[in-house]
Design a protein around this ligand. Structure first.
Ligand SMILES: NC(=O)c1ccc[n+]([C@@H]2O[C@H](COP(=O)([O-])OP(=O)(O)OC[C@H]3O[C@@H](n4cnc5c(N)ncnc54)[C@H](OP(=O)(O)O)[C@@H]3O)[C@@H](O)[C@H]2O)c1
Length: 322
């Protein structure tokens, strides 16, 4: 089968198309023929050896895709060949991927493969921050950093569906248009403006109730300046570098909360996982949640897709087509 390999750590240049044996079934696994493979920012950390899972060479990047079940291990009763599924799991940049049964999600008829591939990480990350770590509701204002990105735009859609006012930060005018077209009430170009001062201006000096931050060093500490009393800031990534320590006294002064979020822990909790999936499916069915596809690349051009993401040119979700 065709797959993307890398056998040294580095940026997009270390990835190359390769011929690889089709994975063999192991107990409690499902073999999926990938139809749409999502590119995640974390894939760029993985090739550099900076992700929580370390590569074993030669390794294959990718952690989110959708496709059709090709075969199942004898101890797997609830999936059958031919079923449409999405999954979270390593090795997605390939024609076939072997996935633990517990990481496979049946795909409803109303979702195409690309939306399916954007569900297990992008949509569920946004949903669980807004609804599990926080309980976003009408009347709240949410500041979503990198709002034109995949998780960012999913968060904009979900926060809007729950009646919140959404301010999105972006690094260009095109991204501002994109975020507004997909639901953001206001946008701030944080490359050229002091986003915290601008947020205070937009909220009549009240500040926001919730900040979703995967940019990190350039935004996390500054964000505390524009949180309303009892405001909550969630750190879930570090595209701009890891943030430095913060002084707890800054939280004490206005009853602020900071928290962190990482998705794999949700997958280990069946009840919480089920709640997120059921509500995302409802929002998708009602036309309130989609992740726009901002670019499609053939699987063999995975390196070009990574460059596009790292150069901050992408909006929405990038897809690889096997
Ligand atoms: N904790 C979790 O479980 C979890 C799960 C999924 C994703 N994440 C994190 O969430 C973030 C978004 O992931 P995604 O896959 O949806 O990617 P994405 O948002 O589509 O792309 C990353 C965005 O980060 C922004 N950015 C800011 N500083 C950057 C820099 N120095 N270099 C490159 N980009 C920069 C860019 O938007 P602007 O140009 O508008 O600034 C870029 O579009 C990532 O940081 C990812 O690691 C975390």
């Amino acid at each position: 089968m065709k797959a993307i390999h890398f056998d040294r750590l580095g940026g997009p240049e270390v990835m190359y198309p390769a011929e690889a044996p089709r994975p063999e079934l192991k107990p409690s696994t499902v073999l999926v023929r990938n139809r749409a493979i999502a590119v995640n920012f974390a894939d760029t950390f993985f090739t550099r050896g900076e992700y929580i899972v370390r590569p074993v060479f030669p390794d294959t990047p990718g952690m989110e895709a959708a496709g059709v079940v090709e075969a199942v291990a004898p101890d797997v009763a609830d999936f059958k060949p031919g079923m449409r599924v999405a999954y979270i799991g390593m090795g997605a940049y390939a024609e076939f991927t072997l996935i633990r049964r517990s990481r496979v999600i049946p795909l409803p008829d109303f979702m195409d493969f690309e939306q399916g591939a954007a569900l297990p990480i992008a949509m569920l990350t946004a949903w669980h921050m807004l609804r599990t770590l926080h309980a976003v509701r009408a009347g709240e204002t949410v500041l979503v950093h990198s709002a034109a990105g995949a998780v960012g735009i999913a968060a904009v859609r979900i926060a809007k569906a729950y009646g919140a006012r959404v301010i999105g930060t972006v690094s260009s005018a095109d991204k501002a248009d994109f975020a507004r077209r997909h639901g953001a009430d206001e946008t701030i170009d944080y490359a050229t403006q002091d986003f915290a001062a601008e947020t205070m201006r937009l909220t009549d000096n009240r500040g926001v109730d919730l900040i979703l931050d995967a940019v990190g060093a350039p935004t996390f500490a500054a964000g505390l300046r524009c949180l309303a009393p009892f405001g909550h800031s969630i750190l879930y990534g570090r595209a701009g570098g890891a943030p430095g320590p913060i002084d707890p006294m800054r939280l004490f002064e206005r009853s602020l909360t900071v928290s962190g979020f990482v998705l794999p822990q949700i997958y280990n909790n069946r009840e919480v996982m089920r709640r997120g999936l059921d509500d995302c499916f409802r929002l998708i069915r009602e036309g309130k949640l989609t992740v726009p596809i901002g670019g499609r690349f053939p699987l063999a051009e995975a390196a070009a897709a990574h460059r596009y993401l790292l150069e901050r040119r992408s909006v929405g979700k990038l897809m690889l087509t096997p």
